[in-house]
Design a protein around this ligand. Structure first.
Ligand code: PLP
Length: 356
């Protein structure tokens, strides 16, 4: 058997998503919440999980949980769908919404899974570089839009890895000109204090993606989308039955019960982000960019691979993005106080020791 004969050229040629191995290092690469739950709350969650009937399938489509999220965001239950992380929902979107020409448009750099999933589901992907301020290059993007292309536009708001929010007028222009659906991925919106959700009343070709992964429950894999109920009804046909397991549903209910506790953690992370940004600004040769998310994008005036290797030696993992448009750039997740201090110390040492 020749493997190239049984997989598509696009899948064969891509490297796929690679997550670093767990090594016990300080993890500052995946934009998780670094804070753990206080012991009494954690105990409560585990008690609730203990009541789950493990021998039964979850409630199909999780109507009660959808209703709760719908109430929280002031929308109708039919506008909400849950997923095994928002990654699964990106896959559902790519599978279900092919439009007349199966194609996806994304700005770059952005969240890499949009491209990986689009390629894996047989879509053509057009990538348009952001402008020099990391905002949407509206002329370049609209010049690619035709009456039949693209079926989907993915906009991460705030954007990963750059950390900024795109200009609202530019976003609206893209929504108006798109023949298909625009996805506003608000994975990091809680760290910006801003949401574009009210746009749902204005446009019917809009879907919002949200996730609990960045807010403290990454292990539970719980994402959801909110949008036009006619689109959601079609997406629901592609969703696998029972895609969100009972323990994840219990955790999501717990998240909604204790929303204020998680909000306190988010406020703390935002504070830590500003401290981290100031600390990084003081390091010569390092340029951090202002962030509205729970990570900081930065460029190095020298080979970031060498800095990355030194950070790993110091027991710290960040996201090295040294390729193409993000040459010599990295992204660091905001950690807790000790983690940020350790990172700053290691970064300073790496920069000075390398004589960069
Ligand atoms: C912009 C963006 N969207 C979605 C996701 C995926 O989140 P989930 O863990 O819910 O699959 C991520 C994760 O890094 C992300 O950065």
């Amino acid at each position: 058997m020749i493997i190239q004969d049984i997989v598509s050229k696009e899948i064969f040629e891509q490297s796929g998503y690679v997550a670093p191995e767990e090594t016990g290092a300080i993890k500052m690469d995946a934009n998780e919440n670094p804070l753990t739950l206080q012991e009494p709350l954690k105990k409560k969650l585990l008690e609730e999980m203990g009541r789950v009937a493990l021998n039964r399938y979850p409630e199909a489509g999780a109507p009660k949980l959808r209703e709760r999220f719908a109430q929280y965001y002031g929308v109708n239950k039919d506008m909400v769908m849950l997923g095994n992380g928002s990654d699964e929902l990106i896959q559902v979107l790519c599978l279900a919404l092919k439009g007349k020409v199966s194609g996806v448009l994304t700005p770059v750099p952005t969240f890499v899974m949009y491209k990986i999933i689009a390629v894996n589901t047989g879509s053509k992907v057009v990538e348009v570089p952001l402008d020099k301020n990391f905002d949407l290059d509206i002329d370049a993007i609209t010049s690619k839009i035709t009456p039949t292309f693209p079926a989907l536009v993915f906009l991460s708001c705030p954007n990963s890895p750059t950390g900024n929010l795109f200009n609202r007028d530019r976003i609206e222009t893209i929504i108006r000109k798109s023949p298909g659906v625009v996805i506003l991925d608000e994975a990091y919106a809680d760290f910006s204090g801003k949401t574009f959700l009210p746009l749902l009343k204005k446009y019917d070709n809009l879907i919002f993606l949200k996730t609990l992964s960045k807010l403290g429950l990454a292990s539970m894999r719980l994402g959801f989308l909110i949008g036009n109920k006619n689109i959601v009804a079609q997406l629901d046909k592609v969703r696998l039955p029972y895609n969100v397991n009972c323990l994840s549903q219990t955790a999501a209910n717990f998240f909604l019960d204790y929303r204020e506790e998680f909000a306190k953690q988010i406020a703390q992370i935002v504070k830590r982000r500003e401290e981290l940004y100031l600390g990084m600004k003081e390091i010569q040769g390092i340029t951090p960019y202002p962030s509205q998310a729970n990570f900081i994008f930065f460029s190095c005036a020298f080979d970031s691979n060498r800095i990355y290797t030194e950070l790993v030696k110091s027991g710290i993992i960040v996201k090295n993005m040294n390729a193409g448009l993000t040459r010599n750039c990295m992204r660091v997740t905001v950690g807790n106080l000790e983690e940020n201090e350790a990172f700053l110390k290691a970064l300073k040492r790496a920069v000075y020791e390398l004589g960069a």
